[in-house]
Design a protein around this ligand. Structure first.
Ligand SMILES: *Cc1c(COP(=O)(O)O)cnc(C)c1O
Length: 383
């Protein structure tokens, strides 16, 4: 009998409707940012509710950069960033010449430890950039209290957190200055590459829209359109090239309409893993506490023993036909961040300990029941 096909760690959940929508956008002749991007922004804002503005960009990294730029983060400023994240979260701080300050995380949720963040505040701290790790929201109340205490700006890295409730509302509806979502190929909804910045502040939205496209002021453009020819525009700042093309936005609109269904599919996979792996000795992912939810972007287990045992487990899973991954290599372990942040392993005891244990199992929405069964069987035999 031929071996069953390899189960990849992640696969995008793209159907015929997404293919059709992207194809229609291409046939329309409008390939760059246009009517589909505008509609995607409107529909995304409506999905979240609460009078937010949504600004489509070509990555979450771009969105985080634009949000911090709009908050005037610059040289001399410090921004608190969890040590446990992808390099994007910290690199955007460096784009602006500011200094990321890495903060250790909670051992269960792997989210920013607010107590440790409090201890890291200095006179130069300007903002905090929490990550909703794996799709489990940070404690919104604790974060708000902390930011208010020290007058800090808050930009949420919500790359894993769409759609999910936090404190009763969806992530994206908090009173943070901005919330940034990712539509990268492996994320909970995808446009291949893409992202969305959400803010309730019209001034911030205006700055982000301007800087997203070369610093061209659309307002100026619009104001003079009636009296000046249509080729006229004004550059008001050295902006960036961060706009989302229409075929990608068209795909995103379909993904958005399926976001809840896909989240429920991932939650069902997580529930099956929880039940089937409870007696294996694996550490299971933290649960959300009411009224929060979980977006289940990632299903992260802890392998007992850790270190070499974890690495061997991933190797045996691959031999058994299952792709696993590790999220994340803590920032302080990367050469650039170690040097830039003068980071010593002993300053990150939780991340150091957890890093040796974590494994992400496949948990994408298009997984079949049979694939979930095979992952469970592989885990049991590989432990
Ligand atoms: C994927 C990811 C990003 C970056 O998203 P892009 O859209 O690829 O720029 C940022 N932060 C976290 C935590 C991520 O997982």
């Amino acid at each position: 009998m031929a071996p069953a096909p390899f189960i990849p760690f992640a696969l995008p959940d793209i159907g015929e409707a997404e293919v059709q929508a992207a194809a229609e956008a291409m046939r329309s002749g409008w390939l760059t940012t246009g009517p589909n991007a505008a509609a995607f922004e409107r529909e995304f804002a409506e999905f979240l509710g609460g009078g937010r503005e949504a600004i489509a960009v070509n990555s979450a990294t771009a969105g985080l950069h634009l949000a911090l730029e709009a908050l005037a983060v610059g040289p001399g400023d410090e921004v608190l960033v969890p040590d446990w994240t992808f390099t994007s979260t910290a690199e955007v701080v460096r784009y602006l010449g500011a200094q990321p300050v890495l903060v250790d995380v909670d051992p269960l949720t792997l989210n920013l430890d607010v107590e440790r963040a409090r201890a890291a505040v200095t006179g130069r701290t300007k903002a905090v950039l929490p990550v909703h790790m794996a799709g489990l929201p940070v404690d919104r109340r604790a974060l708000r209290d902390f930011a208010d205490e020290h007058g800090l700006k808050v930009v949420e890295d919500a790359a894993h957190a769409f759609p999910v409730r936090s404190g009763g509302d969806l992530v994206g509806q908090s009173d943070s200055d901005a919330v940034v979502f990712s539509f990268y190929a492996t994320k909970t909804i995808t446009t291949g590459e893409g992202g969305m910045v959400v803010t309730a502040d019209p001034e911030m939205a205006r700055r982000i829209r301007t800087m997203r496209l070369h610093g061209i002021s659309r307002d100026v453009f619009d104001r003079y359109r009636s009296t000046k020819p249509s080729w006229h525009y004004e550059v008001v700042a050295p902006g960036f090239k961060y706009n989302l093309p229409d075929p990608a936005a068209a795909m995103g609109r379909v993904q958005l309409s399926r976001a809840t269904q896909m989240r429920d599919a991932r939650a069902a996979i997580a529930a099956r893993y929880d039940a089937a792996l409870a007696d294996t000795g694996l550490g299971l992912p933290a649960r959300a506490t009411e009224p929060d939810g979980h977006a289940w972007h990632l299903y992260i287990v802890r392998v007992p023993g850790g270190g070499a045992a974890r690495d061997a487990f991933i190797g045996r899973m691959a031999d058994a036909g299952v792709g696993c991954s590790v999220h994340f290599i803590p920032l302080h372990r990367h050469p650039y961040w170690r040097e830039q942040c003068s980071a010593r392993p002993e300053d990150f005891p939780v991340a150091e300990d957890q890093f040796g244990r974590v494994v992400s199992l496949p948990a994408f929405s298009s997984m079949t029941d049979d694939q979930v069964d095979r992952v469970i069987a592989a885990v049991r035999s590989c432990l």
